[in-house]
Design a protein around this ligand. Structure first.
Ligand code: NAD
Length: 452
């Protein structure tokens, strides 16, 4: 092929941890052909057997959790405790879809002269394109429903973080899922990813990544009228009202934006605070942020590791000019470290408008409920967000008014295996997780049987 080797690095040490031969168009086409050849056999597997195979995969993920967490921690720079929790979720996701296979029902619809019924048919070969921030987790969110519905798969991990997907591919075979059902192809997005988007034998692209690349995926998919699910960027608001439990809200806020070093599409990177509680909350938030433990990802007590790359660190740094409200510490020496940073901003500042994808949070004051909703919605994104208040009616009023796909009240947690996850506006469309994801990996067929 004559392509340069793909160097995989540990972002905490800058050491090379793997060198891989990147795939090109030819290898991508071969993977699509393998997936196509495996499709008829896989769709014909009895639902309970398909469920049993997914259950076995979930169990293998549990049995190999330590190794998978180590791989993810070293490749992404994630704290090991967090990586373990992510791998536990991967197993839960496969357990969920193991149980969902035979519960994704069609309907019978009353009509004249006969019986009308619907079937959920698999799409065929689906291309799954995954980013580097949660490589194994996001792969499982797509693989679970895709396989449960009877599709076969070509999975393209991000170039920077392919190692956990390669190990998962081995476990998939060990679980007894037939050869060809899941094919992992490691290579550049604009080569392998783009080929999947254009390939006439790929029926759907499940994409998670930036809004910019997602826009190109949607354009490319138009040529063959491919189905697409797009999980894109975010600029979520953490809305704190003066009547909230301020201590609790402030203690939780750092982890809603500095978790995964801020490289999280759900990061609540705009912290909106009611003006009458602003000074008190800002003090509490600075204290809580000071306590975030930044350091060696292999250390059990570490809460935040480095950024993914030197280039990404430069981008993150470009969002902070002048002296911030707070800047934390980082280890010295090698590794792509960036400190937890709090800045005071207006919603028109670049730091409040663009996705930073790093540990930088913007504090923004608001006057009242109406202005809180206005500021929270004043963004092209609409992925996630939080509302902190002790007033239940206000919590629900604001939740209904926010143009965002995933909200939490008096909490910052967005993601569960059984509940739908996805964005409004330029954060994308389609839903992952829960029973809703199955709709994105199947087609409804309507059949009418004349009984007269
Ligand atoms: P990215 O868009 O650069 O890359 C995502 C994937 O797309 C990678 O596998 C990449 O190789 C591939 N790709 C690149 N160019 C392509 C092309 N032309 N055609 C097809 N595929 C191509 O994103 P990233 O930097 O890896 O991840 C960060 C972004 O992902 C952030 O914007 C973040 O918000 C978003 N994200 C969203 C969610 C969500 O669920 N909404 C979750 C995690 C991350």
């Amino acid at each position: 092929m004559g392509q340069m080797a793909l160097i995989v690095t540990n972002p905490a040490t800058e050491e090379t941890i793997a060198e891989l031969e990147p795939a090109g168009v030819e290898e991508t086409d071969a993977a699509v052909a393998r997936a196509k050849a495996a499709f008829e056999e896989w769709r014909a597997v009895a639902p309970t057997d398909r469920g049993r195979l997914l259950r076995r995969l979930a169990t293998l993920v549990e049995e190999n959790a330590g190794e998978l967490a180590r791989i993810e921690s070293q490749n992404v720079g994630k704290p090991i405790a967090g990586a373990r929790a992510e791998v536990a979720m991967v197993a839960q996701v496969f357990h969920f879809y193991a149980g969902a296979v035979d519960k994704h029902y069609g309907q019978t619809i009353p009509v004249a002269g006969g019986v009308d019924m619907t079937f959920r048919e698999p799409l065929g070969v689906v291309g799954l394109i995954v980013p580097w921030n949660f490589p194994l987790n996001i792969s499982s969110w797509k693989l679970g429903p895709a396989l449960a519905c009877g599709n076969t798969v070509v999975l393209k991990p991000a170039e920077l973080t392919p190692l956990s997907a390669l190990r998962l591919a081995e476990l998939i075979l060990e679980a007894g899922i037939p050869e060809g059902v899941v094919n992992v192809v490691v290579g550049p997005g604009r080569v392998v990813g783009q080929r999947l988007v254009e390939h006439p034998d790929v029926a759907k692209i499940g994409f998670t990544g930036s809004t910019e690349v997602g826009r190109g995926v949607m354009q490319g998919a138009a040529e063959t009228i491919k189905r697409v699910t797009l999980e894109l960027g975010g600029k979520s608001a953490n809305v704190v009202f003066a009547d909230a439990d301020l201590e609790k809200a402030a203690a939780a806020a750092p982890y809603a934006v500095f978790d995964n070093a801020g490289q999280d599409c759900c990061a609540r990177s705009r912290i909106l605070v009611e003006r009458s509680a602003y000074d008190r909350f800002a003090d509490l938030l600075v204290e809580a942020t000071r306590n975030v433990k930044v350091g060696d990802p292999a250390d059990e007590s570490t809460e935040m590791g480095p950024l993914i790359s030197a280039q990404h660190r430069e981008t993150v740094a470009s969002f902070v000019d002048g002296e911030p409200l707070f800047r934390g510490d980082t280890p010295n020496g090698r590794g792509y470290w960036y400190p937890c940073t709090l800045v005071e901003a207006s919603n028109q500042d670049r730091v409040a408008r663009e996705e930073v994808f790093g540990p930088v949070a913007a504090l923004i004051p608001f006057a009242d409920e109406e202005e809180a909703v206005e500021i929270a919605n004043d963004t092209p994104y609409g992925l996630s967000g939080s509302i902190w208040t002790e007033n239940g009616a206000r919590a629900l009023r604001v939740a209904r008014a926010l143009d965002t796909g995933v909200l939490s009240i008096n909490s910052n947690s967005s993601v569960r295996p059984s509940t739908p996850f996805g964005g409004f506006k330029q954060s994308g469309f389609g839903r992952e997780l829960g029973m809703h994801a199955l709709d994105g990996y199947s087609e409804i067929k309507n059949v009418y049987l004349a009984t007269g």
